[in-house]
Design a binder for this molecule. Sequence first.
Ligand code: ATP
Ligand code: MG
Length: 578
Amino acid sequence: MRASQFLIATQKETPADAEVISHQLMLRAGLIRRLASGLYTWLPMGLRSIRKVETIVRKELEAAGAQELLMPAVQPGELWQESGRWHQYGPELLRLKDRHQRDFCIGPTHEEVITDMMRKEVRSYKSLPMNFYQIQTKFRDEVRPRFGVMRSREFIMKDAYSFHLDQESLQHTYNKMHQAYTNIFTRLGLNFRAVRADSGSIGGDASQEFHVLAQSGEDDIAFSNSGQSSFAANLETAEAVLLPNVLRAAPGKSLEKVHTPDQKTIDSVCEFLGQASSQSLKTLVVLGATDDAEHQPLVALVLRGDHSMNEIKAEKHALISTPLTMAPEQRIIDELGTTSGSIGPVGLTISIIADRAASLMSDFTAGANQTGYHHTNLNWQRDCNYTQVADLRDVVEGDPSPCGMGEIEIKRGIEVGHVFQLGDKYSRAMNATVLNENGKPSFMQMGCYGIGITRVVAACIEQNFDDKGIMWPLALAPFEVALIPLNYEKSEAVREATDKLYGALKATGIDVIMDDRPMRAGVKFADAELIGLPHRVVIGDRGLESGTLEYRDRRAAANEDIPLEGALDFIKLKLGRF
Ligand code: ATP
Ligand code: MG
């Protein structure tokens, strides 16, 4: 590619609205442009990286036995009614009507469409297993689109769906896809981890996420710090465990009721009383699970003041309603005779579920169910009781790892991929069956597997940059080599040597951009560094006189002179192509 015929849309200024480094650099390097909130144009330079991700993804998925298809972006509402997600999905689903007033949506994911396809195409278990994938544009009307293409509204996803007669076959394909994902993210040169995850609104039994580790990540990943353990889980699901043999200390002091005027938060009460928040108990009142929608009971959840409630764990509890809903203030006033700010466990007549750590506290502080008062030196059994103990909180650093080895360490991650076992969630709702060995209809077992193609590009930049710009891993670079002639227009020797090497590189299949723009060398160097091209070769009159070119690895500290004659072989060697 000649730079003079290619849109190089670099910018000097750091865009004010771009919070994270990848977003800033993608705008500055001219990879993307914003059209509207969460909507981006991929400029030619950026699209080249997308295509490289797609190529690697296609190769690994084909090797894992998946076949490519392409489904429509616009999907009939009826299918979503059938699966039940038309009502469940909420405002992330962009709904629209056609000219006949029929409901449609722009697909945020494609379980319904593929299940509909399979129930029509496949009759017998003998056709299974089958695994399909597509690389296609999704739309999710995200509450807070941000970080550029990292959390956009329109984005490119690779989604795959596998169909099986039984769980064993599903597990087999799931494992193959897990391996394919590991191969893909390794080939892309990313520092990533596979972590245990929650299956969220898609449902199902087993689920793992692939995270690129980066400070700007929106997810917290809990790891074991033990060298012997590979435990890693999304904070949403990491279990908070107690060390074995740790018992609750016996009560040490007698119960007191203290006046705490105008202290509304846990922190302010603790400061007022001169204690650590880990010595206080917080009580949250939520709606309980019931079949009687008219009257949902109130349930109290108690946690240590310094711990945060984990909503996913809480709503999975049998006594708690899904989705997790805080009790309306008026019900707390009417039924418990106090306000949410003053509530505590003494004398509460509703079910009290204590977090594991909270159940071990003694001589603790809590609201006294009376405005402006707290109890101090409270003790379970002596002064109050809980109904049950459960894991209700987020793990924190230093907690024992649930694998039994080491302690929890927390790092930020960007979710780039997700593998799920869906079981028969969709096939049952949409009556997608095959005839089994006995000629009986059996719901197909399903797996689904996603990769955020556009997010991968941004996540890669989060891990690969310096103060001059992007530093692409070779696999994702828009161009592998920047060939920069000095004085290309005027010097015949430079033009001749450049054109020859350019032709030879192209003939070898190397992705090269030759910067023939009539610009100062400094501008060209700065552009190549900002865009992050891994290898740079400079051809100038002075070097040519002694038969040399100047080579620089984007990650190296200095230039190297290389002989003009051996330049092609030298570059091939650098790119690992010989
Ligand atoms: P997140 O928790 O980040 O919203 P998700 O769990 O909703 O992700 P999936 O439904 O598993 O995502 O979608 C598969 C992949 O699509 C994700 O792993 C992610 O890489 C990508 N993805 C999801 N939402 C977006 C988005 N708004 N912008 C860009 N990529 C996205
Ligand atoms: Mg999401």
